[in-house]
Design a protein around this ligand. Structure first.
Ligand SMILES: Cc1cc2nc3c(=O)[nH]c(=O)nc-3n(C[C@H](O)[C@H](O)[C@H](O)COP(=O)(O)O)c2cc1C
Length: 217
């Protein structure tokens, strides 16, 4: 009887979707594509900042693949896609905000962790075009892994964070070029009360964004 109960409980747990503490659902992303579909040099040539977006919803495959190139983990091997100073764990985080709310990309598990029901696109950037894309990636510096390991002043430690972020930014640009997506790095961000929704630690701060979608026809 006890065995049957354990089996039933196990089956029940297996059928429950991945949920966050708040009870809202995390979103599992499709496995990362094996190939981008475009030669690397071709993508480098075609990389550009595009600022007009179609209203078409971004597919989870394209979103997940772009996030993976920004902050994912390589399999097999388990190493990060992006180089990080002192072989630390990631020194920045990537959130995604859009119509369905706001999520944190978990690169180790390749899923979107629920953060807030709020769509922060209109709050987070100064330029209206960036809020018109179906997804807005928010870059948050998270220097904790370097603190205590690095004797340089925080200002210099942050150079390492931004260098890693530059690599992530370029990977998203190249993925966009390879997949015929539109994106643009945005330094003109807007700070405000909305940032509380990201539940950042005192050491973390928001510093850049990238709208992502399909180009306007
Ligand atoms: C650090 C940084 C900040 C940027 N900030 C903005 C921005 O706030 N708004 C914008 O429209 N483009 C921004 N851009 C994109 C540049 O304007 C763009 O890369 C440049 O004009 C060259 O065009 P291309 O990317 O099409 O080659 C930024 C780029 C970088 C690297």
């Amino acid at each position: 009887m006890k065995k049957v109960f354990c089996l039933l409980l196990g089956l029940l747990l297996l059928s429950v979707p991945v949920t966050s503490q708040a009870g809202e659902k995390n979103i599992a992303l499709p496995p990362v594509s094996e190939l981008s579909g475009t030669d690397l040099f071709q993508a480098v040539k075609e990389r550009s900042s595009l600022r007009a977006f179609s209203e078409k919803e971004l597919s989870l495959q394209d979103l997940g693949d772009a996030l993976w190139t920004a902050a994912g983990v390589k399999t097999p091997g388990g190493k990060w896609v992006i180089p990080f100073a002192r072989r630390t764990s990631p020194t920045f985080k990537v959130y995604v905000t859009g119509e369905k709310g706001t999520y944190l990309y978990n690169g180790a598990e390749h899923l979107l962790e629920f953060v807030s029901v709020q769509d922060l696109r209109g709050e987070a950037v100064l330029q209206d075009f960036a809020a018109e894309a179906p997804a807005l990636l928010l870059y948050v510096a998270s220097p904790e892994p370097l603190l205590g390991k690095d004797s340089r002043p925080l200002e210099e430690v942050l150079h390492s964070v931004y260098l890693s972020c530059g690599a992530a930014m370029q990977n998203v640009y190249l993925t966009a070029a390879a997949r015929e997506l539109a994106t643009c790095y945005i330094g003109s961000i807007k700070h405000g009360e909305w940032e509380k929704e990201l539940k950042m630690t005192p050491q973390e701060f928001y510093y850049g964004a990238m709208p992502l979608g399909y180009p306007a026809e």
